[in-house]
Design a protein around this ligand. Structure first.
Ligand SMILES: Nc1ncnc2c1ncn2[C@@H]1O[C@H](COP(=O)(O)OP(=O)(O)OP(=O)(O)O)[C@@H](O)[C@H]1O
Length: 308
């Protein structure tokens, strides 16, 4: 659906996007992850036709974006990372304004707006002033407005930023629904665990370059080689720690009061032997399991520990 090839964007002497190449399949939900200033917004604005690239190309369904703004307008829905000020505009008027801007006839607008407000769960707010809505509601309204022309590709810049956990869940549910409707979605975020839950794939962008791309699982497998094992003895944690420290292939033991974690570099057979040694020492074990990789940790690894 989307192909970015050798994309470069310079702001004066500064290169914000540096030969970025990636592809996003139709129907996928692709998460753009990267630290502040990584170039996510710049890339998204170029995709949406709001910014010219210095060089390289963006193709949507084999059509070069910059050369065909009309095709682009029809296919893309863009949600920026800021909402704007809409004094004295009610929710339906706001939607009507954007539907009009997309050339949707006055007659058609009513049912489209009603349907979209239902999707984003704002039907009960249709006669409220936009400025009176909560931040989460504004985000959902902004999402609804980017859908007025029924685009195939949605580009959403930080739709969950600044939202409380409940409002994030609401946005996530809307995105799930849009995915089921067959939309291709590109979404940027700093909230990595949340992206992991809702995306089919992840692109990690750092300093304008693609650091990694793949399914959440693939990325973690490829980049996070170390295995962390969590052990919870029923009691006698200290003795469990002592035994663990005597075992081969164990590094970086993290001692807690009730449980213990360690980095393991051996094979599965060698790992099962560690459990055997604990049991032979008659330490009752409540749980012994590998910790699931955390996207945030993987991200820190490949971006060299830059803050997010
Ligand atoms: N108009 C501009 N002029 C000069 N530099 C810019 C301009 N817009 C962005 N930049 C710079 O380009 C880099 C990439 O910015 P961009 O907003 O694309 O990053 P981002 O990944 O979206 O970051 P954030 O998550 O903070 O929004 C940053 O260093 C930023 O300061």
């Amino acid at each position: 659906m989307l192909k970015i090839d050798g994309l470069v964007k310079n702001y004066g002497k500064f290169t914000a996007v540096d030969h970025l190449t990636l592809a996003v399949e139709k129907g996928s939900v692709c998460g753009f992850v990267g630290p502040n200033g990584a170039g996510k917004t710049t890339t998204m604005r170029i995709m949406a036709g709001l910014l010219n690239a210095t060089s390289g190309s963006v193709m949507i369904d084999e059509v070069e974006v910059t050369k065909n703004p009309r095709v682009l307008r029809e296919k893309i829905g863009y949600m920026p990372d800021f909402f704007g000020v809409y004094d004295n505009l009610k929710v339906t008027e706001y939607m009507d304004f954007f539907a009009g801007a997309y050339g949707i006839s006055y007659k058609e607008r009513g049912p489209i707006i009603d349907n979209l407000l239902e999707i984003v769960d704002l039907s009960h707010k249709k006669d409220f002033y936009v400025d009176s809505l909560s931040r989460g509601m504004k985000q959902r309204l902004c999402l609804a407005r980017s859908l007025v022309h029924d685009p195939e590709l949605l580009i959403l810049d930080e739709p969950a930023s600044g939202l409380d956990p409940r409002a994030r869940v609401e946005i996530k549910e809307v995105l799930k629904q849009l995915q089921e409707m067959g939309k291709t979605i590109i979404i940027s975020s700093h909230i990595l665990p949340e992206l992991a839950e809702m995306c089919t794939e992840i692109c990690i962008i750092n300093q304008g370059k693609l650091a990694a791309q793949g399914s959440v699982q693939e990325i973690m497998q490829k980049l996070s080689q170390k295995r962390m094992i969590h052990v919870q003895p029923l009691n006698d944690v200290e003795r469990a720690i002592q035994i663990l420290k005597e075992q081969p292939f164990i590094r970086a033991v993290v001692e807690n009061t009730r449980d213990v974690e360690f980095e393991f570099t051996g094979t599965n057979d060698q790992l099962s032997n560690v459990l055997k040694q604990l049991i032979l020492a008659e330490i009752p074990i409540l749980s012994f399991k590998e910790k699931e990789g955390n996207l945030e940790e993987v991200f820190m690894q490949i971006t060299g520990g830059e803050s997010i």
